[in-house]
Design a protein around this ligand. Structure first.
Ligand code: KG4
Ligand code: ZN
Length: 341
């Protein structure tokens, strides 16, 4: 079964074709990240406008690369929540038009469920149940994946998302957007023990917090500026990265220890972080657990993950009609809107 996936919830316009939820036939992206970098972060209005300009070309390219016409796909899957609403709506409306014109089922996909499905593309043998840390620009969740379409959130951030903290620290250090790769690169030449940054205390065994850590970096940078000194950017980047990845890894490993789950996974844009991957690999080995990581090209936003999750949503009967709307927020565990009544 060939599913066309469409993703436009942030600054990447993506389309892909995936066969049976596991085999990527094509995956195409047009990004407005370079333009967003001029403003130090994503400007929603710019994201929406670029999606409008790029979406038909990106979908056409994904179909061409897969050697298909719209007639040859079995369903159209699209990110409908959560995300920048103007951006989400571009993908949702395009998917609706295509589904109507080609007379194909329309499958709404939750963006974070999509990030988790990126793991099925990298590891064909992986099946639920497993534990997954989903860390992106907007979310940091520790999720029990009970089945392909059933989830339970064990912990989440109580303030900033992990990727958001990387982005804000990068901005404070003058490293540009997106912050995660920039901080990692700067950290390569830094000493992670140079600055002793705080570990937050947070209610809830598996919850995380990044606001205090981010503020600590900001305070050190401001104090140094007032004294006419400069912080050592590589050292600060390394110290921040060390603490942020420690916070994330500890909570996922604690959840694995407490639940006895032996299959643990990482997903989302922050999953590209090499130190986080190494820290979790070492921790999983100590626990006797198996760690599954998405390949680097599938960590950040892409449409292959949406098509993969779309396959499982379709099989569960989760299709929508043309009244489908986009949502800026929606919990990963919540049923689809049309099932709520
Ligand atoms: O999943 P994603 O592409 O988009 C959202 O759904 O938000 O995640 C983007 C986030 C950004 O905040 C970016 O800075 C972060 O992932 N990120 C990283 C790395 N690569 C991307 N954070 C830490 N280390 C990285 N190597
Ligand atoms: Zn994402």
């Amino acid at each position: 079964m060939n599913i066309l996936g469409i993703e436009s919830s942030c600054d990447d316009t993506c389309a892909a074709v995936v066969c049976d939820g596991r085999i990527v036939l094509s995956s195409c992206t047009a990004s407005s990240a370079a333009e967003q970098n001029l403003y130090g972060g994503v400007v929603p209005e710019i994201a929406s406008r670029r999606h409008i300009e790029h979406i038909s070309g990106v979908v056409r390219a994904a179909l061409d690369e897969a050697g298909l016409t719209p007639d040859g796909v079995d369903a159209v899957a699209v990110t409908f929540a959560p995300g920048l609403i103007g951006a989400v709506l571009v993908g949702v409306n395009f998917a609706k038009g295509l589904a109507l014109a080609a007379d194909k089922p329309l499958v709404p996909v939750h963006h974070l469920r999509g990030h988790i499905a990126a793991l099925y593309l990298t590891h064909p043998e992986l099946e639920p149940p497993f534990l997954c840390l989903v860390a992106s620009g907007g979310h940091s969740h520790i999720v029990e994946v009970r089945d392909y379409t059933r989830f339970r959130v064990l912990g989440r951030t109580v303030d900033d998302a992990a990727g958001e903290a990387f982005d804000k620290v990068a901005r404070t250090l003058g490293l540009g957007y997106p912050g995660g790769p920039a901080v990692s690169k700067a950290a390569e030449k830094g000493d992670p023990r140079a600055y002793d940054l705080p570990t937050p205390h947070v209610e809830g065994a598996y919850n995380v917090s990044f606001s205090g850590l981010k503020t600590a970096v900001l305070n050190i940078v401001n104090k140094a500026a007032m004294k006419g000194e400069a912080v050592r950017v590589p050292d600060m980047a390394a110290s921040f990265q060390y603490r942020a990845t420690e916070i994330l890894a500890e909570k996922l490993l604690a959840a694995a220890r407490d639940t006895g789950e032996k299959n643990i996974c990482l997903a989302g844009g922050v999953a590209a972080n090499a130190l986080l991957r190494e820290t979790l690999a070492a921790g999983a080995q100590q626990l006797g657990a198996r760690l599954y990581l998405p390949e680097l090209s599938l960590c950040g936003d892409n449409a292959a993950m949406i098509a993969a999750q779309g396959y499982y949503e379709y099989r569960a009967g989760h299709t929508a009609d043309l009244s489908l709307n986009g949502l800026a927020t929606l919990g990963i565990e919540e049923p689809f809107p049309e099932q709520r009544v």
